[in-house]
Design a binder for this molecule. Sequence first.
Ligand SMILES: [Zn+2]
Length: 201
Amino acid sequence: MSGTEPLGAIDRLIQELNRLPGIGPKTAERLAHHLLAASRVQVMALAEALRAIKDNIRRCQQCCNLTEGELCAICRDPRRDPALLCVVEQPRDVTALERSHTYRGLYHVLHGRLAPLENVGPEQLTIPQLLQRVQKGGVREIIMATNPTLEGDGTALYLSSLLAQSGVTLTRLARGLPSGSVLEFANNQMLADALEGRRAF
Ligand SMILES: [Zn+2]
């Protein structure tokens, strides 16, 4: 930042860009100047896209994935098996698993993982909605596809204890994924193998 002027429009933009992950002060400055030089149409399109993700995107009423309608495209798809649920931490994990083209069931997105040290408990996640879904009936198997990290494993363990008496088969992704790895970075074949080789919890 120049530091010679009060915090004007350019500095404000640099400050906001700098808050984004992976964008340091230098990159923020470069992006800001790129936008300054871009056409009004291009910049307004970016502003509109930013506004739309906050105004139009909400959680699917069934699986809590992000969607623009009441139900997401996956929940609306009649070819998918509604008796099979795959529990993931984040919407981006759904994207990763869908890319592997192996899974034909539905999902449940927790929007995080249990992290006692950060005060993230079951109520901050969509665990109550998951339990309601199971109580409604019709679920045969739940695949715990939380990340193979300490907290991801802890979350899967917690869910399995909650669902132990539910009569639903509980499985965990096969250990093909290196421990500590994050689902969204796994390649398609690794994810396909992890799904195919899932084991009873
Ligand atoms: Zn959905």
